[in-house]
Design a protein around this ligand. Sequence first.
Ligand code: ADP
Ligand code: ASP
Ligand code: MG
Length: 396
Amino acid sequence: MRIIVQKFGGTSVANPESREKAVAKIIKAKNEGFSVVVVVSAMGRNGDPYATDTLINLAKSIGAPLDFRDLDLLLSCGEIIAAVVMAQALEKAGYPAIALSGGQAGIVTDQNFGEAKIIGINPENVLKRLGEGKIVVVAGFQGVTAGGEITTLGRGGSDTTATALGSALKAELVEIYTDVEGVMAVDPRIIPEAKILRELTYQEICEMANHGAKVVHPRAVAIARDQKVPLKVRSTFTEDIGTLIGDGKPTRVITGIAHQVKIGRVLVKAKNGQLTPEDSVKIFKVLAEAGISVDMNSISPGQVGFVVKQEVLDKVGELLASDDFLVELLPGCAKISLIGIGMQDVLGVMARVVETLHQHDIKLLHTVDSEITISCLVLEEQMEKAIKVLYNEFGL
Ligand code: ADP
Ligand code: ASP
Ligand code: MG
């Protein structure tokens, strides 16, 4: 059996017109001889009746503390509704189809409600339905624990459903259909003329996704990389061939720029004298125990610096408040990451980044780098300008 997995995001299934486009892609694959597994996200964006954000707002509006187990049960409905609607649309077009929840598709997760990890897939049911000649439409973003509780996989998690199913079903190809024509060097919402990267390696896409390029979910591409699942990112709305992701050696010096917003910076200094190594240990331990993840960490004799998600910034302030520390909190930051697997062999990239930002009066708040990524923290209000000038400087 030649299996293809086609995943359609929220905007691709939002209304009858977009679903018609999606149906056409599915029928094309079916007519080419593929057994087709479709993965869908909840329909539309915030404000649309069954979109994930709408359901979150509904739960919040009640005013009771949110119970993560119950919230997952509610959120899973968005994708289930989309799966049934899509299966009906296929039936209407004359193609037998069946909708399955994540659990019915054999997706088993751990119990980490809201960010559950897939721990196994039993593909039996999906294979049986494909064997009956049906198009199988699976609700993305969800699974079930061994104890039968419904979980969700974290925001953007339908991509993960698609690559995990692709791996379990030994699919020939996984196609991620979305509202852009492929993976671009920069988010086209910031640089509309950004060009499509026609071929990408797993390493490049993983680095882009990990640093915030939200076109694909980091876990989804990590699964594709580890299981060697061939992946395409394409538009539901055009015929463009999109971006093909696979094995191979990266050829570019710089692949692209990713960004993350709503970040808060924390600087901790000692009130008297210098921070000791014990102080640093204490700071990071307190945060870890509170389940707060930190990024861009730097420790120097004078201070400890790091960033957190802005939503936990006040909590960090409370946790670190003590007579010994001076804690400085700065909300409204953004992290820009220049990604390039080939940059490890080139001198002077960091100098160009710093000089370019300086020349354009962009305040550099913090940097960290690895062999393949340079990340810069800037004020959110300067982020777009910073991305544009770096895009031009590196000729992306
Ligand atoms: P879907 O609902 O289909 O999963 P998403 O909104 O999650 O769609 O992802 C698609 C969006 O990702 C695009 O609209 C685009 O703004 C954004 N994006 C961010 N970085 C990139 C990039 N490097 N290339 C393409 N799109 C990107
Ligand atoms: N509907 C979920 C979300 O909005 C999952 C997804 O779209 O991939 O995060
Ligand atoms: Mg997405």
